[in-house]
Design a protein around this ligand. Sequence first.
Ligand SMILES: NC(=O)c1ccc[n+]([C@@H]2O[C@H](COP(=O)([O-])OP(=O)(O)OC[C@H]3O[C@@H](n4cnc5c(N)ncnc54)[C@H](OP(=O)(O)O)[C@@H]3O)[C@@H](O)[C@H]2O)c1
Length: 262
Amino acid sequence: MDLDKPSELDAALEPYQFDVLINSAGLTDVDRCEKETALAHRMNAESPVELAKICRNRSARFVHLGTDYVFSGTGRTPLTEEDPAVPANHYGRSKLAGDLGVLEVNPAALVARISWLFGPEKPAFPEMILKQALAGSRVSAVADKWSSPTYAPDVASWLLALVGQEHQSGLFHLSNAGACSWQEYGQTVLDAALDAGWPLRATLVDPISMDSIKAFVAKRPVYTVMNTARFTNATGIVPRTWQEAIREHVAGKPVPARDDSV
Ligand SMILES: NC(=O)c1ccc[n+]([C@@H]2O[C@H](COP(=O)([O-])OP(=O)(O)OC[C@H]3O[C@@H](n4cnc5c(N)ncnc54)[C@H](OP(=O)(O)O)[C@@H]3O)[C@@H](O)[C@H]2O)c1
């Protein structure tokens, strides 16, 4: 399916029979969304709403992935599903329009907001930090922005738990437990790699401020740690800490030779 063509989604899905449809696709490049606002709106709002309608009409369950970037990030306490969402940038605005639109046309849908996703399937922040540390270049990361890393295999199991309960619907915040800055996140990745015997040339992540990153086009929210109590109350599952998830993630990688890239 092409999410850039909302009006073609119904025909694209026509040949398929399904009970549950999970939409984890979207336009996630925050700075691109700031420049290509119409594309962001089509992919992150119009198409998810269209998919939600299709699922409603077919009596299939719709599961949509949302983001912590719907929040302004000005507070300093973990955000619940009831907290007002006031996005700081167009990515967040397009995703919020998707969350609200999906639940308006299909109240039985599940919208799972996640944050700082990493996992075995594709490179994310941990892989970027490991690559720099292996190469021996100076490693630095933002120390004045906070959220919660979220391990993709954990999200998959949490979504299964929610889908397994037919009456569950609406917004859920999902992330591993705890909070950190990008600098603490990166340092924990390097510490896990060192413990696993990685031949890192750089072992420390230097703190830098978000203001020093001139490449950012879109404004980033500062504090978007989410409260996951609604999910725990619904399923009885307490997400493990982000540090445990990172240790498992790094332990799942082969230890590279000194000059290998990640
Ligand atoms: N990554 C994070 O830290 C993070 C944080 C919070 C929330 N989320 C949310 O989690 C979800 C997954 O994020 P992600 O990091 O996995 O995103 P991602 O790495 O950018 O992947 C986006 C996916 O969308 C697909 N896609 C792109 N353009 C498309 C189009 N026109 N039609 C159909 N599919 C298209 C891509 O396919 P190709 O690979 O073929 O291009 C890719 O599989 C998103 O809803 C995102 O908003 C992510």
